[in-house]
Design a protein around this ligand. Structure first.
Ligand code: DGL
Length: 271
């Protein structure tokens, strides 16, 4: 199976695109709902939680794990890839969502001014400016942390009028940093749920990049370039959903993110 990890429900917006583009593969989605949100937690905590979840997915038999969470990708991916993976199992792979999104940003901006909306953790890590500038040093990256957006989504308040206040506030804060921003990356897998509200505050000519499709294309490309990994992945279209919190709650909300009903099971991590 391909393991797909997020701190909660957000990664389901990515899994949805995986299933659309690569339906033949087996997927195990793992949401650490009991400890969400990650976005406001320290580097050390996000790293420790993410590593526990990756180890769990490895034990479950996933040779490939996608961190479908920007905060985990920003704060834990590099250490896991460089320090933990060689000791755990050098034949397995853990990939994140930031690199493919940084590549897409470079492809789409004409003005060379790009905006990034993310959690406090993702913004503070500077992972986006660093990755985007590694590929295109001339691009200026403007960031805005939106700490209220994940709670709005997780609490199913994202369609209500109250959400407009927080969406407008952060969109304005971002756009005030440069009138030339022509691409905005939704650098949190929860944010696509807010797209109708976000679109209300986006000037015409500004392109919004949602990550699901971008990360799915990148996964397809990775599997084409790594037939040895592709050969290790089962393809009987199995979908498993696991959560560290209540499965009843997960099933109720997950369909909003995933677009179809899911039946999850609860898992307990050993640490
Ligand atoms: N969905 C996660 C991300 O992409 C953030 C959610 C959280 O704060 O846990 O960053």
């Amino acid at each position: 199976m391909i393991g797909v990890f997020d701190s909660g429900y957000g990664g389901l917006t990515v899994l949805k695109e995986f299933v659309k583009l690569l339906p033949e593969y087996d997927y195990c989605y793992f949401g650490d709902n009991a400890r969400t949100p990650y976005g406001t937690r320290s580097f050390e905590t996000v790293y420790r939680y993410t590593l526990e979840c990756v180890k769990y997915l490895f034990d479950k038999g996933c040779p490939l794990v996608i961190l479908a969470c920007n905060t985990a990708s920003a704060k834990a991916l590099r250490t896991i890839q460089q320090r933990d993976l060689p000791a755990l199992d050098p034949q397995r792979r853990v990939l994140g969502v930031i690199r493919p999104s940084a590549e897409a940003t470079g492809q789409y901006t004409r003005s060379g001014h790009a905006g990034v909306l993310g959690t406090v953790g993702t913004v503070q890590s500077l992972s986006y400016p660093i990755e985007i500038n590694k590929l295109n040093p001339h691009i200026r990256v403007f960031q805005e942390a939106c700490p209220m957006w994940v709670p709005l989504v997780e609490n199913n308040e994202y369609r209500k009028d109250g959400a407009d206040y927080f969406v407008r506030q952060h969109m304005n804060n971002l756009l005030q940093q440069s009138p030339d921003i022509d691409v905005i990356v939704l650098a949190c897998t929860h944010y696509p749920l807010l797209i109708d509200k976000i679109n209300k505050y986006v000037p015409s000519g500004v392109r919004i990049l949602s990550q699901g499709g971008i990360v799915a294309e990148s996964l397809a490309d990775y599997l084409r370039r790594h037939p040895e990994m592709d050969a290790r992945l089962e393809k009987i279209r199995a979908r498993i959903f696991q959560t560290t919190d209540s499965p009843e709650l997960f099933d109720r909300y997950a369909s909003i993110f995933f677009g179809e009903d899911v039946k999850s099971e609860k898992v307990t991590l050993n640490g």
